[in-house]
Design a binder for this molecule. Structure first.
Ligand code: GLC
Length: 559
C-alpha cells in the first residue's frame, strides 16, 4: 500500500482540544548516533533522511532531534555556538530542510532541541563578554560576578556543577589581571545566560521564529528548569542523595524558580502566531508531578517530560501511583501526561530496570559499578515496561535504539568515554556515553550499517550484530516487531486519546487497566497470573498457555 500526500495530511491533522501533541508518540533522534551518511563516524542529518521510511514503518508520529546546531561539541552539541545554523559535522541548513520536508511527506512531525539555559563559550556573545569590561552590556547577557575573598579569588557562591566540580570559572581580564567569575551549571564551556536580561529574551524569541519559519512543529526545551536563578544567588548545599541533575531537592536556587513561567508565556505567544499547533516540551527535573504540571498550564508549555514516571522503580504499586498522580495532575491543568522510559541522559531501560544497586541519574554504569544488571531480565522488563507505557493515554517519548532492545553499553574503554561528567568527576561517575553508542542497522556491514566506513565515535559491542535492525525487522518475536505492533494497535484504537480505568483482581504485583478497547495487564510479580478470555493483541514476551508470566505485559481486546 502506498502512502500518499493525502495520508500525510491526514496524519498531520490537528484541531483544538485534540492537538497532535496530546497523543503523539515522539521518537528521540540523537543525531550523532543515529545514522552516518558521510562516513566520518558521527551521525548526521542526511543519515536521518535516509531512514525516514524506517521511522514511518515503526509508526511514530513525530521525531525530536537532539542538537545539531553549530557547536564545538564539548557536551555533544548541548553547547551551542550559533543557534541559527547546522554544525558541519551534521550537514547544512539545506540538509535540515530536506530532512524536514521528507518527514512531513511521511506524516511525521519534527521537534528540534533548543538550549536556552546556556550557550557555548564559543558563542559570539560570550566571546564579546570576555573582551568587554565588568559591568558592560556584553557581560550582562551571561552571569558574571565579582569573586569573594580579599582579591576576589573565591567563587561568588558555593554552587556545584551538575557535571561535578564548581559552578564558577574565573576569567582573565583584558589587562591580564585575574578578574570576574562566570556561572556554568554544566561544563565550564557552557556559560549560563542571564534570563533577567531582555536582550537575551528577545534573542531567543527570534531564534524560535527562525526555526518556526523553517517549518518545525515544536521544540524540546533543554534545562527549562534552570533559566532563572534565585535573587542574590544564595549559597546552597545539595542533598547528597539528590539526582545528578539536581532535581530531587526542593528550593534549589537554580532550579524551577517561579520567574520561568513568564518566559513560557512569552514563548507560548510566539508559537501561537504560527499555524499547525506548534508545541513546546519542557525538559524540567522538578521535585513533584504537581509542580511540573504548572509548566503546562494552558498559556505556558504544551508538554513536560514525565521524569517521575521514568524514575519509578519496577514495582506495581509505585507504577500505579505515578500513573494515577500524573493523569490527575496534568489533567487538572488540561494538559496530556507524557510518558518516557529512556533518553540520552539516563541508563537505557533495558539495563536500568534490572540494576540491583542504586544508580544516581547521570552516573551511568561501567565495569566497576555495583549492582550490574542481568541483561536477560533487563530486556524482558524493558519490553514489559514499554508495552505498559504505550497503553497509557497521553503522549509517549521513545529514545532511538530502545525499539531494538539495546542495553546500556557498560564496558566502554575508559579512553573512549566522552561525557564531560566522566572528566569532571575524574572517572568517579561514568556518565552517559553508554546510552549513546551508534545504532546497529545491518548485522553484516561496517559499523553494523551506521555508515559505510566502519568508523564510530563510540565503539559498538560485537553482540549488537544480533540486535541490528535488519535482523529484527522480519522476526515476529523481535523487540522491533513488538514496538511496531504496539504502535499500530495504539494508533488504530486511539489509545493516546483514551481514558484509563483500573481493573482489580489480579493481585498487588500486577498493573491492570482498561483503555478503550484494550485491557493491558503487566505482571511484575514472581508468579504467573491467569489471563482473562479475549484475543491477545500484543504480548511483550511468550505467554504460558493462558497464564501471564513474570515481567510480561499483554494487551487483550476488551469485551
Ligand atoms: C540537558 C541535556 C543534557 C545536557 C544538559 C546540558 O539535561 O539533556 O544532555 O548535558 O542539558 O545542556
Amino acid at each position: 500500500m502506498t502512502f500518499t500526500q493525502e495520508d500525510a495530511r491526514a496524519e498531520l491533522a490537528s484541531a483544538p482540544g485534540s492537538e497532535w501533541w496530546r497523543t503523539a508518540v515522539i521518537y528521540q533522534i540523537y543525531p550523532r548516533s543515529f545514522a552516518d551518511a558521510s562516513g566520518d563516524g558521527l551521525g548526521d542529518l542526511p543519515g536521518v533522511t535516509a531512514h525516514l521510511d524506517d521511522l514511518r514503518e515503526l509508526g511514530v508520529d513525530a521525531i525530536w532531534l537532539s542538537p545539531f546546531q553549530t557547536s564545538p561539541q564539548k557536551d555533544a552539541g548541548y553547547d551551542v555556538a550559533d543557534y541559527r545554523d547546522v554544525d558541519p559535522i551534521f550537514g547544512t541548513l539545506a540538509d535540515f530542510d530536506a530532512m524536514l520536508a521528507g518527514a512531513h511527506e511521511r506524516g511525521i512531525r519534527v521537534i528540534v532541541d533548543l538550549v536556552p539555559n546556556h550557550s557555548s563559550d564559543q558563542h559570539v556573545w560570550f566571546q564579546q563578554a570576555l573582551k568587554a569590561a565588568p559591568g558592560s552590556p556584553e557581560r550582562a547577557r551571561h552571569i558574571f560576578r565579582e569573586g569573594k575573598g580579599e582579591n576576589g579569588e573565591l567563587p561568588p557562591n558555593n554552587w556545584e556543577s551538575v557535571f561535578g566540580g564548581g559552578m564558577w570559572k574565573r576569567v582573565t581580564e583584558a589587562d591580564g589581571t585575574p578578574g570576574q567569575w562566570y556561572l556554568h551549571i554544566f561544563d565550564e564551556t557552557q556559560p549560563d545566560f542571564d534570563w533577567t536580561n531582555e536582550e537575551v529574551r528577545a534573542e531567543f524569541r527570534d531564534v524560535l521564529r527562525f526555526w518556526l519559519d523553517r517549518g518545525v512543529d515544536g521544540f524540546r526545551v533543554d534545562v527549562a528548569h534552570g533559566l532563572i536563578k534565585a535573587e542574590g544567588l544564595p549559597d546552597y548545599t545539595p542533598d547528597p542523595e539528590g539526582g545528578s541533575m539536581g532535581g530531587d531537592a526542593d528550593a534549589v536556587p537554580y532550579w524551577g524558580q517561579p520567574g520561568v513561567h513568564e518566559v513560557w508565556r512569552e514563548w507560548h505567544e510566539v508559537l501561537a502566531e504560527y499555524d499547525g499547533d506548534r508545541a513546546l516540551c519542557a525538559e524540567a527535573w522538578l521535585p513533584t508531578v504537581a509542580e511540573t504540571a504548572l509548566w503546562v498550564r494552558p498559556d505556558e508549555m504544551h508538554q513536560a517530560f514525565n521524569f517521575h514516571y521514568l524514575e519509578t522503580k519496577w514495582d506495581a504499586a509505585a507504577l500505579r501511583a505515578v500513573i494515577e498522580e500524573s493523569l490527575a495532575e496534568y489533567g487538572a491543568v488540561g494538559a496530556p501526561s507524557t510518558w518516557v522510559l529512556s533518553n540520552h541522559d539516563v541508563v537505557r531501560h533495558a539495563s536500568r530496570l534490572a540494576l540491583t544497586a542504586e544508580n544516581p541519574q547521570g552516573a551511568g554504569i561501567g565495569p566497576k559499578s555495583p549492582g550490574q544488571p542481568d541483561p536477560v531480565k533487563g530486556l524482558r522488563r524493558a519490553r514489559a515496561a514499554t508495552a505498559l507505557m504505550l497503553a497509557l493515554p497521553g503522549s509517549s517519548y521513545l529514545y532511538q535504539g530502545e525499539e531494538l532492545g539495546l542495553p546500556e553499553v557498560i564496558d566502554l574503554p575508559d579512553d573512549a568515554r566522552q561525557d564531560p561528567t566522566w572528566f569532571r568527576t575524574n572517572g568517579e561517575r561514568y556518565g552517559r556515553d553508554g546510552c549513546r553508542v551508534p545504532l546497529p542497522w545491518t548485522a553484516d556491514a561496517p559499523a553494523y550499517g551506521f555508515n559505510d566506513t566502519g568508523a564510530s565515535w563510540l565503539p559498538q559491542p560485537t553482540e549488537w550484530a544480533g540486535l541490528a535492525h535488519d535482523v529484527q525487522v522480519d522476526d515476529p518475536a523481535s523487540t522491533l516487531s513488538m514496538y511496531r505492533a504496539l504502535l499500530a494497535e495504539r494508533r488504530a484504537r486511539g489509545l493516546g486519546a483514551g481514558a484509563l480505568e483500573w481493573v482489580d483482581g489480579y493481585g498487588d504485583d500486577v498493573v491492570a487497566a482498561r483503555n478503550g478497547s484494550v485491557l493491558v495487564i503487566a505482571n511484575l510479580g514472581a508468579a504467573s497470573v491467569d489471563l482473562p478470555a479475549g484475543e491477545v493483541l500484543v504480548a511483550s514476551g511468550p505467554l504460558d498457555g493462558d497464564r501471564l508470566p513474570t515481567d510480561t505485559t499483554v494487551w487483550i481486546a476488551a469485551a
